[in-house]
Design a protein around this ligand. Sequence first.
Ligand SMILES: NC(=O)c1ccc[n+]([C@@H]2O[C@H](COP(=O)([O-])OP(=O)(O)OC[C@H]3O[C@@H](n4cnc5c(N)ncnc54)[C@H](OP(=O)(O)O)[C@@H]3O)[C@@H](O)[C@H]2O)c1
Length: 407
Amino acid sequence: MTLSSSASRPYDVILYGATGFVGRQTVAYFAAHGTHVRWALAGRNASKLEAIRKDAGPGAAQAGLLVAAADDQAALAALAASARVVLSTAGPFALFGSALVAACVENGTHYVDITGETPWVRGLIDQHHAKAKRDGTRIIPCCGFDSVPSDLGAWLAVQEMKARYGEVCASVKASFSMRGGLNGGTLASALNMIEAGQQAQMANPYLLNPDPQTRKPGHPLDADPFAPHFDADLDAWLAPFVMSPINTRVVRRSAALLGYGDAFHYQEYMRFGKGPVAALSAAALSFGMANGTAAMRIGPVRRMAKRFAPAPGTGPSEASMNNGFFRCDLVAQSPRGKTVKVRLSGQGDPGNRVTTRMVCEAALAFTGDRQTLPGGADAGGVLTAASGLGQVLVNRLRDTGMKLECL
Ligand SMILES: NC(=O)c1ccc[n+]([C@@H]2O[C@H](COP(=O)([O-])OP(=O)(O)OC[C@H]3O[C@@H](n4cnc5c(N)ncnc54)[C@H](OP(=O)(O)O)[C@@H]3O)[C@@H](O)[C@H]2O)c1
């Protein structure tokens, strides 16, 4: 089924999980920016959905409302059949996402979400990629802060290297600076993966590649970093970045699907400045992350973390979300030593304001000319932001004021 055959459906976009912490922000985003599209809120609780629609003001007054619990296959099938695109923020996705994606694939409905649960995404690839590709249905997980900046940043670097020097990229390194808070839903999703015993799977650097076994043993440049170091290309002290085990897998999937070349390697880090304080901070973060990850494998520590951490449905304050920011600096090198630099940056809490903008614009990308999407109107599969939306999403994000620049 192609986009054209789904154009006559009652809704352009359905926001599933609209009652959650991020879900409520997607409703506000559509109330402000989605007045030209037919959209609806969806979730498992009708009265909560109604209250959220009312709170969102006049921009949401015309929005539809659909009720479907995550395990109600009949309701999910009806929901998927009534939209061109489903945008889901209902997580943990391993618990609340599988039947919804299956319904989307079955009904030829495009799908975007904000998961960072890579083992679950692996399952989607195994179960749905072939059919979605055949049918021209785009299933695009990881359209939030995980992993849009990394994925589009690396993609821009590859395009720029080709345009400027006619060369491929051999290595792309990304470094993140950011300020933001933690959502209860994010913590619940991370703990759910640990409790499901998925650490070994998550550690595979090629987990999301079309065939994750083909590059065994892994290339040293693709191994997850664990120690701090000073990087001359990025001109800063670097430490492991907590999201890189998600983002690097997504970028490697894009590299495989879009043919960045066998020489391509991608790595990312948390960025600290220069000087002794930066060096100490990078060392402290590396030490803390190694020990924190190990501690979370211990049942009683996990139970304690759950007790004191923000509960699902909660997150940072409005002021703190408005005061957040992110910046992602990338340096790409060709095999012959040519260099390209890319910078992405945006205002607002990365896990909330930035994530909301990214996933909403990803969904809205389907409401434009479908021929402009990567691969043309009929391309499909379990894709990434770069391989499924590419320049269309870059343009849309730029139009919102986000910076995505080749320097
Ligand atoms: N990519 C990123 O950068 C990024 C950023 C933030 C969050 N996330 C991820 O996004 C997800 C949501 O985060 P959040 O903070 O918004 O979490 P949240 O506030 O806990 O929201 C969870 C949503 O799931 C819904 N839900 C729970 N059980 C359900 C069921 N049985 N059937 C249908 N819906 C159900 C909840 O509905 P009720 O209101 O009815 O309980 C709620 O709408 C998490 O997986 C998180 O890791 C990713």
